[in-house]
Design a protein around this ligand. Structure first.
Ligand code: SAM
Length: 273
C-alpha cells in the first residue's frame, strides 16, 4: 500500500474544495429552510395545567369562554363539562384538530354547549367572551394585549399558559407541573377627571391616573386638596377612601354608581368630566 503523504498544495486544494462544498450545502440548507418552513409541533396544555387555569377563572353558568387555538378542545370541553361555564368556543386553523375536538366534545356529552370554528385567532371577535384562554408557542401574544383591552368587557378574565402580556402585570400567577398560568381581569377605563357628588350634595373633584388595573388618585373639595387613599380597581368595580369615608362603585362608562356594602358611602354618584 502506498504511504499516505500530505502535500501543502493538495491541502490547499482540499480546503478550497471543502469550503465550496460547505458553502453549497449551507446555501442548499438556506433555500430548503426558506421553501419548506418546519411544521410547528403540537403541544397541548397538560391536564393539570388546564384544571388550574379553569379553577383560577372561577367560571359561572353565565360565562362564555373562548379558547384561542383550541387544539383537541380540552380547555373548552373541560370548561363546560367540569367547571360550570355556560358555553365555550374553540378557534383553530387546523382542520384535523377541529375534527378531533368536535369528536371529543360529542364523546364528553357537551357538543350542545361547545362549538369549534375554523378561523384565525387574530381575526376572532372577542367581545362576547367573559373568559379567554390562550396557549400559543410563539410571539402571538404581542398583538393580543391591546386587542383584549380594546374589545373585551371590564371584568372579563384572561388566562394564559406560559406567556405574559408584556407590561400588563397579571392579577394572579401559579406554577403547575413546571407550567406557568397567569390570570388578568380586564380593567374598566377610569383614568381622568370625575365629579363626585355625595348624598349631602357636596361636590368633589377626583383625578385618577391609571396604568392597566393600577390606579392612583387625588381629590379636591371646595378647592381644598384631600387624600384619596387606598384606590383599587378590579374589573368595573372601583373603591377609594376620602376623608375616612369609603366609596365603592361600579364603573358604567362615564359614570360610577354606588355599590352597597358594610360601612360604605351611600347615595353618591360620580360623572366623568
Ligand atoms: C399550543 S396548541 C394549544 C392547544 C390548546 N389550546 C391547549 O392549550 O391544549 C396551539 C393551537 O393553536 C392553533 N393555532 C396556531 N396558530 C393559529 C392561528 N393563527 N389561528 C387559529 N389557531 C391557531 C394550532 O393549530 C394549535 O392547535
Amino acid at each position: 500500500m502506498a504511504p499516505f503523504t500530505l502535500r501543502a498544495g493538495s491541502l490547499r486544494a482540499r480546503t478550497a474544495t471543502l469550503t465550496i462544498t460547505l458553502a453549497s450545502l449551507l446555501s442548499f440548507a438556506g433555500n430548503a429552510a426558506a421553501s419548506t418552513a418546519p411544521a410547528r409541533p403540537y403541544v397541548p396544555t397538560p391536564y393539570p395545567v388546564v384544571e388550574r387555569m379553569l379553577e383560577m377563572a372561577a367560571l359561572q353558568p353565565d360565562d362564555h369562554l373562548i379558547d384561542l387555538g383550541s387544539g383537541d378542545g380540552r380547555i373548552a370541553i373541560s370548561a363546560v363539562k367540569d367547571w360550570n361555564a355556560g358555553s365555550a368556543l374553540g378557534i383553530d386553523l387546523n382542520s384535523a384538530r377541529l375534527a378531533q375536538a368536535q369528536q371529543n366534545a360529542e364523546e364528553a356529552g357537551v357538543a350542545d354547549r361547545v362549538r369549534f370554528e375554523r378561523a384565525d385567532l387574530q381575526e376572532t371577535d372577542l367581545s362576547d367572551a367573559s373568559v379567554l384562554t390562550v396557549y400559543q408557542l410563539n410571539a402571538k401574544n404581542l398583538w393580543l394585549q391591546p386587542v383584549i383591552l380594546k374589545n373585551m368587557n371590564p371584568g372579563a378574565r384572561v388566562l394564559t399558559h406560559s406567556f405574559d402580556l408584556g407590561e400588563w402585570e397579571p392579577d394572579q400567577s401559579d406554577t403547575v407541573e413546571g407550567g406557568t398560568v397567569h390570570m388578568w381581569t380586564v380593567p374598566a377605563s377610569v383614568g381622568g377627571k370625575w365629579q363626585l357628588t355625595t348624598a349631602e350634595g357636596t361636590e368633589a373633584l377626583i383625578l385618577i391616573e391609571q396604568s392597566y388595573q393600577r390606579v392612583v388618585g387625588s381629590a379636591e373639595i371646595g378647592g381644598e386638596p384631600m387624600m384619596l387613599s387606598e384606590p383599587h380597581l378590579h374589573g368595573n368595580e372601583i373603591r377609594f377612601t376620602i376623608d375616612s369615608r369609603q366609596y365603592v362603585g361600579k364603573v358604567e362608562g362615564d359614570r360610577i354608581v354606588p355599590l352597597e356594602g358594610t360601612d360604605v358611602a351611600v347615595g353618591w354618584n360620580a360623572q366623568r368630566i
